[in-house]
Design a protein around this ligand. Structure first.
Ligand code: DGY
Length: 323
């Protein structure tokens, strides 16, 4: 029997995923789910044929340069791969894959939660009841923004953006979007979606802006003070994609001034941890990067990463190759 490929695994994965990993690979698991330092992670990768990291394991150009020759594939347990320097991997002939599709529903669910949490002041209300500070009720109390029938602007109409658009339609929202590529006429028709060729056109046209694009050099800091100025007064910002898309200081300014009514955020510039300055504001609904954190989706992400490894070690092209 030929030797099983050795796979270094970044974090603790769901039971069923680890069972399949152990069956088919010589898996170096992280039973304690510790966040490895770069040196520990590189030590674990010594002699490994592949890596199965999450977005918490950073493969910068410097880390990639220090990878042992044996590592031939990085099969990410994530759809986002901004934590991997794909150019550096390419130049070393290391294959990189991700896990698209399987987390679109779960992430769109969290985006809807962030949207409603922001619009209906969920953090403020929850804390008030928990802390025993709920002393009054009146027609003027905890009034928020009604979402039904409003206009949503989706930035990045990829897999998650499309699901978000469909969910928004269930609340009679009018869908507007900005994306590098325009949808087909049929897709636009099905979603009743209006295309904007630029953010300059999209931002002033919508009541809610929801970010669903990856972090790239072009999108880093995309939502800055100028962009917030372009948004409608009292608009809502939702981000379930990557924290790096937002200039958080500018967002705080827009929230404090009342330019924006609220924000719903699942991702931050600094993770884990978030931003204490954001936490001071009542008009932010925040979650700790849990867009894909459902039992179903976490299993599905693992199976997808394993399918990519299986294909690679069978000499085939992995379905989700990104580099
Ligand atoms: C993803 O898959 O990119 C999620 O953000 C979790 O890493």
């Amino acid at each position: 029997m030929s030797k099983k490929p050795v796979i270094a695994v970044g974090r603790k994965l769901p039971k069923a995923v680890e069972a399949r990993l152990k069956r088919d690979y010589d898996a170096r698991l992280n039973a304690e789910d510790r966040l490895y330092s770069t040196d520990e992670w590189l030590a674990l990768l010594q002699g490994a044929d592949g890596a199965l990291p999450c977005h918490s394991e950073i493969f910068s150009a410097e880390v990639v340069a220090r990878l042992p020759e044996s590592v031939r594939i990085i099969a990410n347990y994530s759809v986002g791969y901004d934590h991997v320097d794909t150019a550096a991997c390419k130049s070393r002939g290391i294959v990189v894959t991700n896990t698209p599709d399987v987390l679109s529903d779960a992430t769109a669910e969290i985006a809807m939660l962030c949207l409603f949490g922001a619009a209906r002041r969920a953090s403020e209300g929850d804390r008030m009841v928990r802390d025993g500070r709920w002393k009054v009720w009146s027609p003027d109390f905890m009034v928020g923004v009604q979402i039904t029938g409003k206009r949503i602007g989706i930035v990045g109409m990829g897999r998650v953006g499309l699901v978000m658009a469909a969910r928004a339609r269930a609340f009679d929202m009018e869908v507007h979007y900005y994306n590098r590529n325009r949808l087909s006429e049929d897709q636009e028709k099905a979603l009743g979606a209006t295309y904007h060729a630029s953010l300059d056109s999209l931002l002033p046209a919508v009541d809610v802006v929801s970010l669903h694009c990856p972090t790239t050099p072009e999108t880093r800091g995309l939502m800055n003070a100028d962009r917030f100025r372009q948004m409608r007064d009292g608009a809502i910002l939702v981000n379930t994609a990557r924290g790096a898309l937002i200039d958080e200081a500018a967002l705080i300014g827009a929230l404090k001034s009342g330019k924006l009514f609220a924000a719903g955020l699942d991702v931050f510039n600094t993770e884990p941890g978030g931003n204490p300055a954001l936490a001071e504001l009542d008009n932010i609904f925040m979650l700790p990067h849990i867009g894909s954190a459902t039992f179903d989706t976490r299993d599905a992400m693992g199976y997808r990463a394993l399918d990519n490894l299986d294909a690679f070690f069978a000499g085939k092209e992995p379905r989700d190759r990104v580099a």
